[in-house]
Design a protein around this ligand. Structure first.
Ligand code: BDR
Ligand code: CA
Length: 315
């Protein structure tokens, strides 16, 4: 099995990513760490609990609260895209089971207990990981594989014309993490990858939602706000950058093209704040990440269908 931690700003596809990390038989999900991003922090914590709840796994994986704001910037949400990210579901506050330990401490402890064994899938802004690096320079060398959902490799953004949301929200953190010397760092860029290979047209989204399990119904509700939003901006379907990131860690055979790049994040410009600059081999710069360029989209769709078809008894 593959032991992993998911670092997340839980709303919509983050929830589906957690389901993959939780239910895929090859995965051993050790912790969920929360970072400020998509929606209000309390709502994100509730959304993570909703996700464990529908899988009947409340209390089996620790949920750690992490950084509630970016390193230098004011927190900005993506509530226009996600609403509150709950799919209209709610959970009583007395059902919340949270770990006392801060997410950054948990990242440091868990990787110290099993150096070189744990992988991390980071699907929100990179504040928690940057804080872990600042606290402990050895952190990066203890992580087996780090998969980051962030940036774009053709400069098409989703929060500004040039920036992808996760890098935009905390660009300084993204730059710290990218330059920290992780031995195996893989990037799932928002564009063009997820738009071409991890976007399901509405008929396919509806087909997943009709699989007849609690998880399928949950998926359909959870992703309703984003598919409506995406269609309103001309994207043909439901986008799945976060669940794809978990999938490529657990099933690298889904990847059909990737290359080494030198990746930096713009922190000085106002116009291009958070833009990822992915320098290809022509520039002969030291490579710091493998950027995933294509995946088998049909196989990824089948994969998610398999996760959502898993029978569960909600808590
Ligand atoms: C990223 O931003 C969030 O809205 C999604 O969950 C994903 O992690 C895409 O830019
Ligand atoms: Ca996310």
């Amino acid at each position: 099995t593959i032991p992993l931690i998911i670092d997340t700003d839980t709303a919509q596809d983050d929830c589906i990513a957690i389901l993959a990390g939780l239910l895929d038989p090859v995965a051993d999900l050790r912790a969920i760490t929360m970072v400020a991003g998509n929606v209000g922090f309390e709502q994100q914590v509730a959304n993570a609990h909703l996700t464990l709840n529908v899988a009947g796994r409340l209390g089996t994986v620790p949920i750690h609260r992490g950084c509630t704001q970016p390193l230098l910037r004011h927190w900005e949400s993506a509530e226009d895209v996600h609403g509150d990210g709950s799919g209209g579901l709610s959970i009583p506050s007395d059902s919340l089971v949270e770990a006392d330990e801060h997410a950054v401490q948990a990242l440091l402890r868990l990787t110290a207990e099993a150096p070189g064994e744990l992988s991390i899938v980071a699907i929100g802004p990179l504040t928690n990981l940057a804080a872990a690096i600042v606290l402990d320079r050895g952190f990066a060398s203890r992580v087996k594989t780090l998969v980051i959902m962030g940036g774009s490799n053709n400069a098409r953004g989703n929060i500004t014309a040039s920036a992808e949301f996760n890098f935009y929200v905390d660009p300084e953190a993204a730059q710290v993490v990218l330059q920290a010397g992780f031995g195996d760092l893989r990037i799932v860029p928002w564009a063009p990858l997820t738009l071409s290979d991890a976007t399901f047209p509405r008929a396919d989204y509806d087909r997943l939602g009709a699989l007849g399990t609690p998880l399928a119904g949950f998926y359909h509700r959870m992703c309703a706000a984003t598919i409506d939003y995406d269609e309103s901006v001309g994207i043909d379907g439901s986008t799945h950058p976060d669940s794809l990131s978990v999938a490529v860690l657990l099933h690298p055979e889904l990847v059909t093209a990737e290359s080494g790049y030198r990746v930096d994040v713009e922190t000085a410009s106002e116009l291009n704040r958070g833009m990822s600059v992915m320098a290809w081999e022509k520039f002969d710069l030291p490579v710091n990440a493998q950027v995933i360029e294509a995946v088998d989209g049909a196989a990824f769709y089948e994969y998610l269908g398999g996760i959502l078809a898993t029978p569960t008894t909600p808590n």
